[in-house]
Write a protein that binds this ligand. Structure first.
Ligand SMILES: NC(=O)c1ccc[n+]([C@@H]2O[C@H](COP(=O)([O-])OP(=O)(O)OC[C@H]3O[C@@H](n4cnc5c(N)ncnc54)[C@H](OP(=O)(O)O)[C@@H]3O)[C@@H](O)[C@H]2O)c1
Length: 141
């Protein structure tokens, strides 16, 4: 992203990267903010990996607000100023996902979700040589 910004006239407006409770991207978001780039979540629900929809911490917070885990995750992203466009093929979930603006997570709840961060991707890591070589269709070692 820095190379793209430094070697081109136009700064990217948005950068969509994997961002969910298990990979929160605080440092990346800070760097983007510094450079005037808006972070957007790729895979806001981690595609359900790591049992996101039944996670005990997220479930307890959801219950406290009378909301679903999905709504808590969306609300957490919104309160962190992360743009999120959730996908669902089910109309009732689409309605549920739009209904995340009538409650606020407390600082304590935001802190409990912050503690879920593993700092690692659940999908792939562009800095992992094995992964990059697989993506490039060739081996570097
Ligand atoms: N550029 C493209 O053409 C393109 C295409 C596809 C995806 N993407 C990107 O790929 C990323 C990953 O998308 P993803 O959908 O696989 O991951 P995700 O956003 O983490 O969602 C995982 C799954 O959660 C389910 N879901 C949605 N709302 C829910 C709710 N309220 N309660 C329970 N489950 C719910 C959806 O299944 P259901 O549909 O069954 O509800 C969805 O498939 C997205 O951020 C998207 O931007 C890009």
């Amino acid at each position: 992203m820095i190379d793209l910004i430094d070697h081109n006239e136009i700064v990217p407006a948005v950068n969509q990267i994997e961002t969910h409770p298990f990979h929160q991207r605080e440092a990346d978001q800070a760097l983007m903010r510094e450079r005037g780039v808006q972070i957007e979540s790729w895979g806001p629900f981690a595609e359900g990996r790591n049992n996101l929809f039944t996670d005990p911490v997220l479930s307890a917070i959801a219950e406290a607000h009378g909301k679903s885990v999905a709504q808590v995750v969306l609300r957490w992203l919104i309160q962190r100023d992360v743009v999120v466009i959730p996908k669902s093929v089910r109309p009732e979930r689409m309605a549920q996902n739009l209904d995340a603006f009538d409650f606020t997570l407390t600082e304590e709840q935001m802190g409990r979700i912050a503690a879920l961060d593993t700092g690692a991707s659940l999908f792939f890591d562009h800095r992992d040589p094995a992964m990059v070589s697989w993506l490039g269709g060739r081996r570097f070692d």
